[in-house]
Design a binder for this molecule. Structure first.
Ligand SMILES: *Cc1c(COP(=O)(O)O)cnc(C)c1O
Length: 355
């Protein structure tokens, strides 16, 4: 049976990415060797990094003065690398979920942290709007898409201090104005490739201002200087990410992605709002286009397990909600085909008829 992959991460990838990566693992560029058994500094691999950097710059319209890096350590390493490199005295954080909280916790190791607002009291089901960013902070950190709670900040905020964004689960899902950000980071395994590589886009002029010594590997300047090749980078995840970038460009880039993402998410939210059994968990105005969270209405709660099994029998994978929200979460990343969303909607309608 055809599987519909709604996994939250690692998650669905384009068939193009999977097939080309599988080929390169068997025989890279027809050289008779696997991509896994050649030097990252060889003449065959260098163009992979160069092209990936160029495509990120092109697809995201990154202005001059920014560097694009491919680093190891996951988005979670950025939680400490950001303050290590940028926090001298004080930083501001917007607390919109589990990942935002984790980022904030790390920053406290390096200096004063001001939490400008938090939606924790409402189990992070909305994104706070009324807050003041202290003008004397070294930076302001946000999480654009809250993977677990299904809320998304789809507006490039105005900030009096450098804006830092964790875009792990919505990078390349819509056009953004990179010039409004000081640093953007994203683990690859939601919208781009397999786990193991993290994209960092950093405005060069922000670096070199903190007084503390920074270990070589944790200093962004090391990786800028060495073109992400200070040490052996995650070669296969970078190659796979390059395939996704090519796929994305072929389909029309981030504007085309946004259109498709809006269409997919609207179809599913419309069904959640229409169906008598289900209710969405995120505030309507903050609903994510990437992670769509919903639960059974109170009076149908006892049907939750049954719907999970019913959907699984129709090929749905990964729709169980995160334990902190419960119910269901359908992740509708770039690579998820519209037909999978339609299949889920059909299952929801069918289940409604049965009850
Ligand atoms: C998944 C996720 C992370 C953690 O990513 P790792 O690469 O596993 O460290 C951080 N932030 C957000 C928003 C995520 O969705």
């Amino acid at each position: 049976m055809k599987k519909h992959n709604f996994n939250a991460g690692p998650s669905v990838l384009p068939q193009f990415t999977i097939e080309n990566t599988a080929k390169a693992v068997l025989d890279f560029n027809g050289i008779g060797l696997s991509i896994m058994e050649i030097s990252h500094r060889s003449k065959d691999f260098q163009p992979v990094v160069d092209e990936a950097v160029a495509l990120v710059k092109e697809l995201m319209s990154i202005p001059e003065g920014y560097s694009v890096l491919f680093l190891g350590g996951g988005a979670s390493l950025q939680f400490c690398m950001v303050p290590f490199n940028l926090l001298e005295k004080k930083a501001a954080y917007l607390n919109t979920g589990t990942w935002a909280s984790k980022a904030e916790k790390e920053a406290k190791l390096f200096g004063e942290v001001v939490e400008v607002a938090s939606s924790k009291g409402a189990n992070f089901n909305y994104i706070p709007k009324d807050f003041t960013i202290p003008a004397d902070a070294d930076y302001f950190h946000i999480t654009t898409n809250n993977t677990i709670f299904g809320t998304e900040l789809r507006k490039d905020l105005d900030s009096p201090v450098p804006l830092i964004a964790d875009m792990s689960s919505d990078i390349l899902s819509r056009p953004i104005d990179v010039s409004k950000y000081g640093l953007i980071y994203a683990g690859a395994q939601k919208n781009l490739g397999p786990a193991g590589v993290t994209i960092v886009i950093v405005k060069d002029e922000l670096l070199g201002k903190v007084s503390r010594p920074i270990p070589t590997m944790l200093d962004y300047r090391t990786h800028i200087k060495e073109g992400s090749m200070f040490n052996t980078p995650p070669v296969v995840p970078i190659y796979a990410s390059l395939q996704t970038l090519k796929w994305l460009k072929e389909l029309g880039g981030v504007s085309a992605m946004e259109k498709m993402n809006i269409e997919k998410a609207s179809l599913l939210y419309d069904e959640i709002d229409r169906n008598k059994l289900f209710v969405g968990t995120a505030a309507t105005e903050d609903r994510s286009l990437m992670n769509i969270c919903f639960v059974m209405k109170e009076e149908y709660k006892e049907l939750e397990d049954e719907f999970g099994k019913f959907a699984a029998a129709q090929g749905m994978v990964g729709i169980k909600g995160h334990r902190s929200v419960g119910g269901f979460r359908a992740s509708t990343y770039n690579a998820l085909p519209k037909e999978s969303v339609v299949a889920l909607i059909d299952a929801m309608k069918e289940f409604e008829k049965l009850h």
